[in-house]
Design a protein around this ligand. Structure first.
Ligand code: NAP
Ligand code: G4F
Length: 328
């Protein structure tokens, strides 16, 4: 039986990937950090088939023992400080976890190895944030990086060291350069879920308005459930490689607001939205749009959920959650 280890199991992508790999018949191990992680109970309830193993990307010995315990055939390194805004607040922690954490995992793989004829395959969660102040449009696997945050810088290191270990040691290591992907499991700190949640609460009368930062930024937003399939496909190829995963469309925060408010019958969102300097960033990524041609042609991957469907799915989910809270 194929065995997969997922770091970042408590996060949005970790949950989608666990579900997907389980449906494919994998034995799934999830690395979880902390002595009493608050999300462990939720995981045990929702994903009883995932075996949780204690480990932390800032602690090499724990990565070695996690690999020894799980003996995975595939490792998906999704663990990271992933909130860009927070990466300015704790820049060193971000570099240590999101950047050096990748190096530690690669070293742990070299130490533990795996069967000689079946070495552990490695997936690194690289990010379109690496493109930052974009040098060309749309962005491809060959577009130069120009990160705009401590998070983006840490991801560039993680990406480069993955490529370097593949080239230095012949490891089966892939980097997925994923553009923004969202859905009902998205953390409330990210702009899409912050909006879908606020829209639901405004509709239900428990919140008056929403305070945001820069509304002009544009992102290539897809659905997380589609994107984890691309991660898996990368590790099923004969040769390891790097791929951009994106929809090829870009939309502004204002467009997201428009669709989200329309979903609850509010035609003009302006009276409900204020802007607060505290949500602006020291340096912004103004526009991202990815070119997924390589993923489409080589992996046969294509996104299924489009932008309006994504917004609708997120608002409907938050309406369900927030109205259940009211009727408790
Ligand atoms: P997420 O929801 O923020 O999840 C991040 C995960 O990392 C959480 O499970 C968190 O665990 C874990 N983590 C944090 N610090 C850790 C540490 N020291 N050791 C081990 N695990 C640690 O992120 P996501 O949206 O699922 O994204 C998954 C990965 O893809 C991340 O690496 C992210 O940077 C990258 N990515 C995401 C997107 C996107 O649009 N979602 C796009 C490109 C790349 P705790 O719950 O214990 O904190
Ligand atoms: O939703 P965001 O916080 O996502 P961001 O910064 O694009 O990063 C996400 O996608 C990356 C892939 O490109 C991942 F690597 C990363 O881990 C993460 O998942 O912000 C999106 C945009 C930004 O331009 C931000 O300035 O929304 C703008 N924004 C405006 N008001 C806001 C807000 N962002 C947040 N989080 N909160 C606001 O109130």
């Amino acid at each position: 039986m194929a065995r997969a280890l997922i770091t970042g199991i408590t996060g949005q992508d970790g949950q989608h990937l666990a579900e997907f790999l389980h449906s494919k018949g994998y034995e799934v191990f999830g690395m979880i950090k902390g002595q009493n992680n608050a999300r462990a109970e939720l995981l045990r309830d929702e994903f009883p088939y995932v075996e949780l193993v204690s480990g932390d990307l800032t602690d090499l010995p724990s990565l070695v023992s996690t690999l020894e315990r799980a003996q995975p055939t595939e490792i998906y390194n999704l663990g990271a400080i992933s909130f860009v805004h927070f990466s300015w607040i704790q820049a060193e922690l971000t570099a240590n976890t999101t950047g050096l954490g990748v190096l530690r995992m690669l070293e742990a793989i070299r130490m533990v190895g795996g069967a000689q004829n079946n070495p552990m395959r490695f997936y690194q969660a690289s990010s379109s944030e690496m493109f930052g102040k974009v040098r060309e449009m749309p962005q491809t696997e060959l577009t130069p990086f120009h990160p705009r945050s401590p998070y983006g810088c840490a991801k560039v290191f993680g990406h480069d060291i993955t490529v370097n270990y593949r080239e230095s040691y012949g490891m089966y290591a892939c980097s997925g350069i994923l553009f923004n992907h969202e859905g009902p499991r998205r953390g409330l700190e990210f702009v899409t879920r912050k909006i879908s949640n606020a829209v639901a609460r405004i509709k239900l009368g428990v919140q008056q308005d929403i305070s945001l930062g820069n509304l002009d930024a544009k992102r290539d937003w897809g659905y997380a459930g589609d994107y984890v399939k691309a991660m898996w496909l990368m590790l099923q190829q004969d040769e390891p490689d790097d791929y951009v995963v994106a929809t090829g469309e870009t939309h502004s925060i204002e467009e997201f607001l428009e669709l989200a408010f329309a979903e609850v019958g509010i035609a003009d969102w302006h009276p409900y939205v204020t802007q607060d300097p505290k949500f602006f960033r020291p340096a912004e990524v103004d526009l991202l749009i990815g070119d997924p041609t390589k993923a489409k042609t080589k992996l046969g991957w294509t996104p299924e959920v489009n932008f309006p469907e994504l917004v609708k799915m997120m608002v409907e989910n938050d309406l369900r959650i927030e109205s259940a809270k009211l009727h408790r």
